[in-house]
Design a protein around this ligand. Structure first.
Ligand SMILES: [Zn+2]
Length: 137
């Protein structure tokens, strides 16, 4: 990969990381509005529970994205950014532009998706119901 292109991606990831960090801080600040001592009527409580659950989901999603961005930055440092983890070939630039944190080339990704299609959808259903139980109980 060309140095200029690499630089462009590095800048992108750093921007994303900062944005997530800022967003994360504002979510954490919001949490202070919902403190246990506050008195809610039942409707408020239900709304607060839902807000809390949504916020937790957002946090989880952000944490996952942050991890990917961090890994991408690490790969840039190591010089392995843009290489497919499966076959070691260059990941198509178009694919990286669409999904900068991609670690598999199109062919390997399609393979993986075919393999994981069933289990992944099952797992995410399980995850969601565990999530709900944990945050709404
Ligand atoms: Zn590959």
């Amino acid at each position: 990969m060309k140095k200029d292109t690499l630089k462009k991606f590095k800048k992108l990831f750093e921007t994303q990381r900062n944005a997530i960090q800022r967003n994360h801080n504002s979510i954490i600040c919001d949490d202070f509005r919902i403190c246990p001592e506050d008195r809610y009527d039942e409707a408020d409580q239900a709304r607060a529970d839902i807000e809390q659950a949504i916020r937790m989901q957002l946090k989880n999603r952000e944490a996952a994205h942050m991890k990917k961005v961090d890994e991408a930055l690490r790969r840039i440092e190591e010089g392995t950014f843009g290489l497919c983890e499966e076959c070691d070939e260059d990941i198509e630039l178009k694919r990286l532009e669409a999904r900068p944190t991609a670690t598999l080339c199109v062919a390997c990704k399609e393979d993986q998706e075919r393999r994981e299609l069933l289990t992944a959808s099952k797992a995410s259903q399980n995850f969601r119901s565990i999530d709900r139980r944990r945050f709404l109980s």
